[in-house]
Design a protein. Structure first.
Length: 94
C-alpha cells in the first residue's frame, strides 16, 4: 500500500466530486501517517460503519465522531475518525 492513498473495495460509483458505494459491504482502506484523520461524507439514511486501525477496533485512537468503534454517517459534514496522540503509520478500515 502507498501512504496517503485511499483504496475502495467492492463496487463503487466514482464521480468527479464524490464516490458512492454500490454495495452494503463495500469498504474504504486508507494508509495514513497523521495524528488525525477526517472524512467528508453524507448518507441519505444513517449508516453505521465499523472503524478498524491496523485490523483491530479503533479503541483509544477514535475521533470525536466514533462511538464504541462505530462511525454513524448521515448529515453532510466533516467527520473526525481518528484522533491519536502522535503521528504514525497505520491502516484505517471503514
Amino acid at each position: 500500500m502507498k501512504p496517503n492513498t485511499l483504496y475502495l473495495s467492492k463496487q463503487w460509483d466514482i464521480q468527479q466530486q464524490f464516490a458512492r458505494s454500490a454495495e452494503n459491504d463495500a469498504a474504504i482502506v486508507f494508509y495514513y501517517g497523521a495524528k488525525k484523520v477526517f472524512m467528508v461524507a453524507r448518507a441519505e439514511n444513517a449508516v453505521r460503519v465499523s472503524v478498524l486501525v491496523d485490523g483491530e477496533p479503533v479503541g483509544s485512537r477514535a475521533g470525536k465522531d466514533v462511538a464504541g468503534g462505530v462511525l454513524t454517517i448521515h448529515d453532510e459534514r466533516m467527520y473526525e475518525i481518528i484522533s491519536d496522540t502522535q503521528p504514525g503509520a497505520h491502516v484505517l478500515q471503514l
